[in-house]
Design a binder for this molecule. Structure first.
Ligand SMILES: NC(=O)c1ccc[n+]([C@@H]2O[C@H](COP(=O)([O-])OP(=O)(O)OC[C@H]3O[C@@H](n4cnc5c(N)ncnc54)[C@H](O)[C@@H]3O)[C@@H](O)[C@H]2O)c1
Ligand SMILES: [Zn+2]
Length: 350
């Protein structure tokens, strides 16, 4: 088993191994004092596939397991689903010595994590990510959130899990397009500072190895900057423009696809400004195509500029963007909104 340790405001292990889901009861047993009750949170796609296995493993180790299953999809990551979970925890008399287990993709993890951060002013939780995005990104680092009518992830907190149990076998049932979306984030880690990952992705590889590299990359960043004030901003590579693309498309373009296009555009802009070498764009485009991800979108430059202006990460008239400088190398740069507009228009007219 691969064990990666995060040392942020809480120290915890991320365990990666095929088949680990069947052993989750054993792992949780080692983390808590009994008696401990468990609220297993999952969605309507994941629970029918893996719920029974997780519940059986936990019950075998003597845990009293309750479940909270909500309709799959981003539209459930809202205050109504969260309030439903809070009420369920209260109704079942959960106490501070009890625990939440999040079994699913990033939506389940973010919502269950936020419930854990807030119920009784915080109870422990464990992440069991089942989507590629959740394995390499959302389950690591303790960002929890729900969406509001005003935008995505607007209410949330930093709250670290007690452990992450990652079983790459669960990816076998993940729809191909959703797997591809997760690959955009994998490629992102390579572009930021892992040229060796880009090389691996060009060939054939085992998902478990690639997940480990990405988790280590995110762990290193989170250990240094848990609260997103410095180096954690590198994880936004391609994301300022991606958020604009998602918004301009009324969220019809999925996040991973928007990130793919965002990475291409910002890399082209960096090359145009003389800050990045051409080979970085070549390898990026090759990997995106290999993973059925787009290089372009047909929304207009103006639409994208307007949407990018609303970015949550904007501070006054300035925004920090991640600019690639070469293959597997990047830098943070604070630019004005005017410069961002010019940059977008510059690559659009080509
Ligand atoms: N907390 C963070 O740091 C962070 C980082 C990145 C993204 N996010 C959040 O993560 C969410 C996106 O995560 P996601 O892409 O996992 O979305 P998701 O949780 O909606 O999962 C995508 C779809 O795949 C299904 N699914 C998941 N695992 C499956 C499996 N093994 N087999 C079959 N179907 C499966 C889900 O039911 C869903 O329909 C967004 O809400 C985003 O804001 C959070
Ligand atoms: Zn992302």
């Amino acid at each position: 088993m691969k064990i990666i340790t995060v040392e942020a405001s809480r120290k915890y292990h991320i365990m990666i191994e095929r088949g680990l889901l069947s052993d989750c009861g054993n792992i949780v047993s080692g983390l808590v004092k009994k008696p401990c009750r468990i609220m297993l949170v999952s969605d309507t796609n994941v629970y029918p596939l893996y719920g029974e296995k997780a519940v059986a493993s936990l019950t075998n180790k003597g845990f009293d397991v309750n479940t909270y299953i909500f309709p799959a999809g981003e539209s459930s990551k809202n205050v109504t689903t969260l309030a439903g979970l809070w009420e369920e925890l209260a109704e079942k008399h959960f106490t501070r010595s009890d625990m939440i287990v999040a079994l699913g993709g990033g939506v389940v993890g973010d919502l269950a994590g936020f419930a854990a951060a807030t119920f009784l002013r915080s109870i422990q939780y464990i992440q069991i990510p089942t989507s590629l995005l959740a394995m390499v990104d959302s389950s690591v680092g303790g960002k929890t959130a729900i969406d509001l009518k005003g935008g995505k992830n607007l209410a949330g907190s930093f709250y670290q899990p007690s452990a992450v149990i990652c079983d790459p076998d669960t990816l076998q049932t993940l729809p191909r397009e959703i797997y591809s979306d997760g690959m955009a984030e994998v490629i992102k880690y390579g572009m930021i500072n892992k040229p060796e990952l880009l090389q691996i992705l060009k060939g054939t590889y085992d998902d478990a190895d690639v997940i480990e590299i990405c988790v280590c990359a995110k762990r290193d960043i989170v250990n240094e900057d848990e609260k997103d004030l410095g180096v954690r901003q590198f994880l936004n590579f391609g994301h300022t423009l991606a958020h604009g693309i998602e918004r301009a498309s009324d969220y019809k373009i999925p996040h991973g696809r928007a990130v793919a296009v965002g990475m291409v555009l910002i890399t082209k802009a960096a090359i145009k400004a003389g800050l990045c070498t051409e080979d970085a764009l070549q390898i990026l485009e090759e990997l995106l195509v290999k993973n059925n991800l787009p290089l372009w979108t047909d929304i207009t430059a103006q639409e994208l500029c307007d949407a990018a202006l609303n970015d949550k990460k904007r501070k006054g008239d300035y925004i920090t963007v991640v600019l690639p400088t070469g293959v597997g190398k990047s830098t943070l740069q604070k630019i004005s909104i005017f410069q961002l507009n010019e940059l977008i228009k510059g690559v659009w007219t080509e």
